[in-house]
Design a binder for this molecule. Structure first.
Ligand code: HEC
Ligand code: HEC
Ligand code: HEC
Ligand code: HEC
Ligand code: HEC
Length: 403
């Protein structure tokens, strides 16, 4: 089994991440910025090297505006899917807002509010907020700090409108509005702008806590190491939806609330043997139809495997572990990844194999469960969340105890 490190040390708020004000760089974005350059039918850059800001420009001819409500008139199903997605909540998401309340970096808005990077720093965010039961309206609803543009999160315009043109994979559009063909929308590189990035380098005078230039989210590198590196992210995360004939690629980007997707994510096998009063259990978690590590994404994500025999209970946490390590120039210590106990991407390493000893003389079977947590229970409490609201059961099962 791989080496484990104390996990208390990992319960550190991203709060200390320092970053430069790249949004403020001249000549980028903003309503009065120069139009994005063209390269034939395609735009040279859909996103700047650092992510936002994004300037969609004027409404495309035939469309009343660039807000989701303007597109929903004709794309009702897609708009409803989008409104239920994490992309729609990228700014209003209470877990993001709680973290942003502690950090407040322009850097964060590059991806969580790419339409509003250049807006003045919004007012104080609530540090204690309730997890919502419903998604916000598809229309801009300035519920959270940052105004209407920030509240739109990652909307249709962020992904599809540049310089007053609708961009689509096919091009041509439907007569209602012409669409420019942009094949990049169908590639992993399109998602990579926001789903693969490093801890930022600090601006002048800013304190740095994490090793700059090391991955904060590593999903695309994990994908490139996986057996599914020939399948773009869209193939798993934008499945076909809607009526046959009128079907389209889903924009809901569901993960934890899609039981079918979660059930395919990992394959679990195990064995339990009795030795006197002790039950020895081995659980092996192998990656299934997943294009990266399990879990992936944000540094706070973790998976908890729990095994129970009678009254005895044990658990193990699968996550990226962070601790103080020496800087490259040897001048001090910063937080950096020291261990990774997650289930590796398929084909990129041995499956996670976990051993336990449970003391219960009477038990005849072992019950196991796997939960995915958005935050550790301590971080959840710290930020005012009910721990149950940030975790989701992925799989569970039973093993007979062999004698
Ligand atoms: C996170 C980026 C993202 C957001 C936000 C987004 N889209 Fe898309 N959309 C895509 C990608 C990527 C594709 C192409 C997928 C493919 O074919 O590989 C697509 C495809 C489409 C298509 C073609 C659908 C088909 O399969 O026939 C339409 C229409 C569309 N989007 C409309 C919208 C509308 C309207 C909104 C807002 C309500 C929206 N999109 C928001 C990324 C996005
Ligand atoms: C007046 C109706 C109407 C409005 C408003 C509208 N669309 Fe469309 N759009 C269509 C039709 C019709 C098609 C072609 C059929 C399809 O792909 O759904 C289309 C196609 C698309 C495509 C696919 C193009 C391709 O080449 O793959 C995208 C992307 C798209 N629209 C995005 C948007 C976005 C973003 C908005 C809002 C800014 C919007 N549309 C507003 C009617 C509309
Ligand atoms: C402009 C930046 C941006 C782009 C482009 C983008 N995403 Fe995202 N995505 C985000 C952010 C930010 C979140 C998290 C929002 C939150 O919950 O706070 C997210 C959330 C998600 C989630 C949900 C994660 C969860 O924990 O449930 C999935 C899945 C996802 N994105 C896949 C994709 C794929 C696939 C693409 C390419 C088609 C893509 N994204 C393009 C920024 C982006
Ligand atoms: C072979 C299918 C497959 C491919 C390809 C794939 N994913 Fe996933 N992804 C999954 C499954 C299954 C889950 C649910 C398990 C989970 O939450 O980790 C998931 C979960 C996620 C999550 C939620 C984070 C988490 O672990 O809770 C994000 C974000 C994400 N994927 C982004 C991406 C991006 C970006 C790409 C492309 C680089 C991609 N995925 C490629 C199958 C895939
Ligand atoms: C380069 C793009 C990018 C930047 C910059 C960025 N994020 Fe994110 N963030 C994402 C993506 C993509 C996800 C979704 C990954 C996942 O679901 O695990 C995410 C997820 C999160 C989550 C988890 C949300 C949830 O519902 O669990 C938090 C919290 C968060 N980000 C906070 C921040 C803060 C604070 C900053 C600034 C210090 C920041 N992010 C900067 C792209 C970014």
């Amino acid at each position: 089994m791989r080496v484990r490190t104390a996990s208390a040390i990992t319960a550190i708020a991203a709060g200390a991440i320092a970053a430069g004000s790249l949004c403020a760089a001249p000549g980028r974005g903003g309503s009065d910025a120069a139009p994005l350059p063209h390269a034939g039918p395609s735009h040279a850059e859909l996103f700047t090297a650092e992510g936002g800001p994004v300037a969609p420009g004027d409404p495309p001819p035939g469309v009343s505006g660039t807000a989701p409500g303007d597109c929903a008139v004709c794309h009702a199903e897609i708009a409803a899917e989008w409104a239920s997605s994490a992309h729609a909540r990228a700014w209003t998401d209470p877990i993001f807002q709680a973290e942003y309340g502690l950090t407040r970096q322009t850097f964060c808005r590059h991806c969580h509010a790419p339409l509003a990077c250049d807006a003045p720093e919004p007012g104080p965010a609530a540090s204690t907020v309730a997890v919502p039961t419903a998604a916000p309206d598809s229309d801009a609803s300035p519920g959270a700090s940052g105004g209407a543009h920030a509240a739109r999160g990652i909307d249709c315009a962020v992904c599809h409108v540049r310089d007053g043109h609708v961009l689509g994979v096919r091009g041509g559009g439907g007569g209602e509005h012409a669409a420019q063909r942009d094949a990049r929308l169908a590639t992993t590189a399109f998602c990579a702008r926001c789903h693969q990035f490093d801890f930022p380098r600090p601006g002048p005078g800013e304190r740095v806590r994490y090793h700059p230039g090391r991955p904060l989210q590593n999903t695309v590198v994990e994908w490139s190491q996986s057996r599914y590196a020939d399948r773009p992210c869209q193939e798993c995360h934008m499945p076909r939806a809607g009526e046959a004939g009128g079907s389209h690629r889903s924009h809901a980007f569901r993960t934890l609330d899609d039981p079918a997707l979660m059930a395919r994510a990992v394959r679990v096998s195990g064995q339990a043997r009795r030795r006197g009063g002790t039950v020895r259990v081995t659980v092996v978690i192998a990656p299934g139809e997943i294009g990266h590590a399990f879990p992936t994404g944000d540094m706070f994500r973790r998976v908890v495997l729990t095994v129970r025999a009678g009254a005895a209970r044990r658990c193990e946490v699968l996550m990226r572990h962070f601790a103080q390590t020496i800087t490259d120039d040897g001048s001090g210590h910063l937080l950096g990844q020291v261990d990774d106990t997650r289930v590796p991407p398929p084909g990129a390493g041995p499956p996670a194999s976990l051993d336990f000893e449970l003391v219960d003389p009477g038990a005849t079977e072992v019950a196991w469960s796997i939960d995915l947590l958005r935050l550790s229970p301590e971080d959840a409490l710290d930020r005012g969340f009910d721990a149950a609201a940030v975790e989701r059961r992925v799989l569970s099962g039973r093993l007979a105890i062999e004698r």
